[in-house]
Write a protein that binds this ligand. Sequence first.
Ligand code: FAD
Ligand code: EPU
Length: 339
Amino acid sequence: MVETRQNVNLKGFNTFGIEVYCDLLAEINSIEDFRELTGSELYKNSKKLILGGGSNILFTENFKGLVIKNNIKGIFKISEDERSVIVKAMAGEVWHDFVMWCIQFDYAGLENLSLIPGCVGASPMQNIGAYGVEIKELFEELEALDMETGEARIFKKQDCAFGYRESVFKHQYKSRYIIVSVSFRLQKSPKLNTTYGAINAELENMGVKNPSIKDVSQAVIRIRQSKLPDPRVTGNAGSFFKNPEVTASKFSELKDRFDALVAYPLENGRYKLAAGWLIEQCGLKGYEINGAAVHTKQALVLINKGNAKGEDVLALSTYVIKSVSEKFGVILEREVNIL
Ligand code: FAD
Ligand code: EPU
């Protein structure tokens, strides 16, 4: 029997630590639980929100509906050949625990994505990425259930429209499906990706000469711990904005005006700018509105210093967008899901 609680404080269910309430909350531990829930009147009559770790969400008001916290667990090896293995993780697995499970068996590919908060089920939502790797490179397929009809559907890579912090689940299929499992194809002999400058430097710091996937994971963990705030201590949702893409001519114009501009050329001839640099140049590190602040070690991260409300974080983000637009003529787009 799935227990449904009323008027639940969501402070512990979002890494920003924002205190808002939902009308109803149900925690599901299996697909059967979900099916049982969908048969109830309260499911049929409520607006619904699927929640994993709550690490990419900003609540700006109470949620007038049913929150479904996905706790469905399980990791299975589905198949293997000489070179690779397909591993399926259920949506409620903690992402980092899943990465550690893969590393333990020497299944390579996800090590650069160590320590990203949240659950496996949300990983395709924005095609999570870090340190030169995105999940779309390892993604095999996912299984989802239609929230209205309960019908199961398999999504292959070509069905997901993965892009930089993008997928079909953020747009066309927003709120349409609950993702129940995600499968990845991992390699038995690793091709390490240490192109992201800081990884090699960290491996050197660690005194590692011939790195294993475990070493790369450890280096990524150390880098992340040095600049990203730990949500258990300081409320945040990682990068609040995406790094913006600009045309080559906009890049040249900015480079002429700001010699130290941090930018990366893209294959399509455009440039990606480091939004953290743009925000820092506006003098906004540490800038605060009612306890919502720009993180001092990483300006792309907005934090809750304790008692900020969702609307304070949102107001701060609007101020950041305005400041960057006025100084650079570049419009930042929010990465975090605003509710
Ligand atoms: P939630 O916040 O619970 O949900 C996010 C969205 O997905 C919501 O719209 C929700 O409704 C939907 N959703 C969740 N689960 C399901 C499901 N099973 N089916 C359908 N919809 C679902 N992200 C990166 O890409 N790279 C990083 O390096 C990174 N670093 C971070 C560092 C910190 C300190 C923090 C706090 C966040 C960081 N993030 C990063 C963002 C976040 O970790 C990811 O977006 C993560 O995938 C969110 O997972 P979650 O389970 O917490 O999702
Ligand atoms: N920078 C500054 N000042 C700052 C922050 C950054 O000058 O305050 C400059 C630095 O020069 C740095 C460059 O920006 O070299 C890039 O910074 P960093 O390596 O910290 O990465 P990022 O571009 O800020 C992105 C992702 C992160 C991901 C890291 C590592 C986005 C929106 N963010 O951040 O993802 O972990 O790269 O790959 O793409 C997330 O999505 O939540 C997230 C944390």
